[in-house]
Design a protein around this ligand. Structure first.
Ligand SMILES: Cc1ncc(COP(=O)(O)O)c(C=O)c1O
Length: 382
C-alpha cells in the first residue's frame, strides 16, 4: 500500500509466466494489435498512436517531451509536487525554456494561473502538468487545463502515471495531445512499461520537426515502425514480451470490470480508509474535493518516529506504506489504494496495523476506533 508498485494479481502473474515468444512472431503481432486496442480503451481514445513504451513511466514522460519539444521552444509547466519538477528538467534538456506555474504542494494546479501564463506567453508551444500528483495525492482538473491549452493553440502534455485505471482519464474528452502513464500503479501490472497516447495534432508536430529527436530509442517515428501499421512491422528493439503479456491481462481484467466500476471501487475503499485514518488523528494534506482515492497522503503527529513506524508495519504486518517526498519528507505518509490493492481487506489490515503500531509508538490512538470508522463508512456507502 505504498505509492506503487501496487500488488499484482495472481491472474496477471500467471500471464507473465507464459512462454516467451519472438517479438515478431505472427501470434505476437496479433497480440500487439489487441494490446493497442485495450490501451485505447483504458485511455478512452481513438488515437492511432497509442502504444506501450518499453520502459517505465519516466520514459513515457521523456518520450512525450523529446518528440514534441524542440530547441528554442517555450513550455508552460505547472508544478504542484515532485513530478512537475521532472517535466521542467525534460523541457530544459530539450533545449527549450520552461515557464513555471507553481502551486503549493497538496493543492491542485490552478487553471487561472495557467491561463495567465498562457496570456503572458503567446508564443508558448505546450502546457504540461501532472493529473495525479503522487507526491501529495492531489488531483488536477485535466479537462479544464487541456481546454485552456487548446484555446491558446498549445499542445497539452499530461502525466497520468498514477491516474490511469484509478480515476477518469478521458483523453479524447479532454482533447489532450500527449498522455503517458505507468503499469505499476492503478493498472496493477509489473513495473517497466509506459502506455503513451498521442493525438493527430501531436503526430503532425512530430512529422514537422526540423531536427531529429535526440533520443534514438524514444523517437516515435522509429518506434512506430514496430508498433505502427500491421503489414510493415519491423524490428526496432526487443519488446519486453512477458511484461506485455501481463499488461494485456490486467487490461482485459479492467475491461471486464468496466472503467466506471474500477473508479467507483477506488472511491469506495478510499472513503473507508479516509474515515479510519481521520479516526486515528491523521490529517489529509489535500482538501477533500481534490483528493485522489488511490493516493492518501496524511500528516502524522510530530512526536512519531515515522521511519520506525513504517519499518514495524513492514516487519510485523508485511505492509508497505510510503514516506513523504521533497518538502513533505518526514512529515507525511503516502498510503496507496491502487488497482488490485484497492480492496476491503487491505483497508482493514492497514487500519488495524496502524492502530496497533501507533499505539506502541505513543500516537494518540483510541484502540479500535479506526476500524469502526471504516466499517461505518462501508455501511453508509455500500
Ligand atoms: C506522477 C508520476 N510521474 C512519473 C513517474 C515516474 O514513473 P516511473 O517510476 O515508472 O519511471 C511517477 C512514479 O512514481 C509518478 O508518480
Amino acid at each position: 500500500m505504498g505509492p506503487g508498485p501496487s500488488d499484482v494479481s495472481p491472474r496477471v502473474l500467471e500471464a507473465l509466466s507464459r512462454p516467451t515468444i519472438g517479438h515478431l512472431d505472427p501470434v505476437f503481432i496479433e497480440f500487439m494489435n489487441d494490446l493497442k486496442g485495450l490501451l485505447q480503451f483504458a485511455f478512452q481514445t481513438d488515437n492511432e498512436l497509442t502504444l506501450p513504451v518499453s520502459a517505465p513511466g519516466s520514459a513515457g514522460m521523456e518520450a512525450c517531451f523529446v518528440n514534441l519539444i524542440s530547441r528554442g521552444d517555450k513550455v508552460i509547466v505547472a508544478q504542484n509536487g515532485v513530478f512537475g519538477g521532472r517535466m521542467k528538467e525534460n523541457v530544459e534538456r530539450c533545449g527549450a525554456s520552461a515557464i513555471m506555474v507553481i502551486d503549493d504542494w497538496g493543492r491542485p494546479v490552478d487553471p487561472q494561473k495557467v491561463e495567465d501564463a498562457l496570456k503572458a506567453n503567446p508564443d508558448a508551444k505546450a502546457v504540461a502538468f501532472v493529473h495525479a500528483e503522487t507526491s501529495t495525492g492531489a488531483r488536477s482538473d485535466a479537462g479544464v487545463l487541456c481546454r485552456l491549452a487548446a484555446e491558446h493553440e498549445c499542445l497539452s502534455i499530461v502525466d497520468a502515471v498514477t491516474s490511469l485505471g484509478g480515476i477518469d482519464v478521458d483523453v479524447d474528452g479532454w482533447g489532450a495531445d500527449a498522455v503517458y502513464s505507468g503499469t505499476q500503479k492503478c493498472l496493477s501490472s509489473v513495473p517497466g512499461i509506459s502506455p503513451v497516447t498521442l493525438s493527430q495534432r501531436a503526430q503532425e508536430v512530430i512529422r514537422a520537426r526540423q531536427e531529429p529527436v535526440q533520443s534514438w530509442f524514444l523517437d516515435m517515428e522509429l518506434v512506430m515502425g514496430y508498433w505502427g501499421d500491421h503489414a510493415q512491422r519491423a524490428y526496432h528493439h526487443t519488446a519486453p514480451v512477458n511484461a506485455l503479456y501481463a499488461l494485456h491481462e490486467t487490461l482485459v481484467a479492467l475491461q471486464e470490470e468496466g472503467l466506471e466500476n474500477a473508479w467507483a471501487r477506488h472511491r469506495r475503499h478510499h472513503r473507508a480508509l479516509a474515515a479510519g485514518l481521520e479516526a486515528l488523528g491523521l490529517e489529509f494534506v489535500v482538501d477533500e474535493p481534490h483528493r485522489l482515492p488511490q493516493l492518501n497522503c496524511v500528516a502524522f503527529p510530530e512526536q512519531i518516529d515515522e521511519a520506525a513506524v513504517r519499518r514495524q508495519l513492514l516487519a510485523d504486518y508485511q505492509l508497505e506504506i510510503g514516506a513523504g517526498l521533497g518538502p513533505l519528507a518526514g512529515k507525511v505518509w503516502r498510503i496507496g489504494l491502487m488497482g488490485y490493492a484497492a480492496n476491503q481487506k487491505n483497508v482493514f489490515v492497514c487500519l488495524g496495523a496502524l492502530d496497533a503500531v501507533l499505539d506502541q509508538y505513543g500516537g494518540p490512538v483510541e484502540p479500535g476506533r479506526a476500524v469502526a470508522a471504516a466499517r461505518d463508512a462501508y455501511s453508509l456507502n455500500g
